[in-house]
Design a protein. Structure first.
Length: 94
């Protein structure tokens, strides 16, 4: 069976270079900017910001609608948890 085509608009593909840069430089970023929000474009740290809102504003000001990555500089990536009821995946019957 052939592999499914890769969706070039998927965030993992679109931001591959930025995600790789973040993963590769995480240890140094933790030393220099713990807890801050990194704004990354291609293989460059554009800045470290106190809030994700400030990082986003700077990204839009510099890059407009081009993709860029904002990631909080923490040891491990947070896990998102969404209860099934939120998405209507389970139905509650009295």
């Amino acid at each position: 069976m052939p592999d499914a085509p890769v969706d070039a608009s998927a965030p993992e593909v679109l931001l591959h270079e930025e995600l790789t840069f973040f993963a590769t430089h995480r240890a140094q970023l933790l030393k220099d900017h713990p807890g801050k929000f990194a704004l990354i474009k291609r293989s460059e740290l554009i800045g470290a910001f106190d809030t994700d809102e400030n990082a986003y504003a700077a990204g839009v000001a510099q890059f407009g609608r081009e993709p860029f990555l904002i990631r909080q500089i923490v040891e491990t990536d947070p896990t998102a948890q969404f209860p099934a009821l939120t998405f209507g995946l389970l139905r509650v019957h009295p």
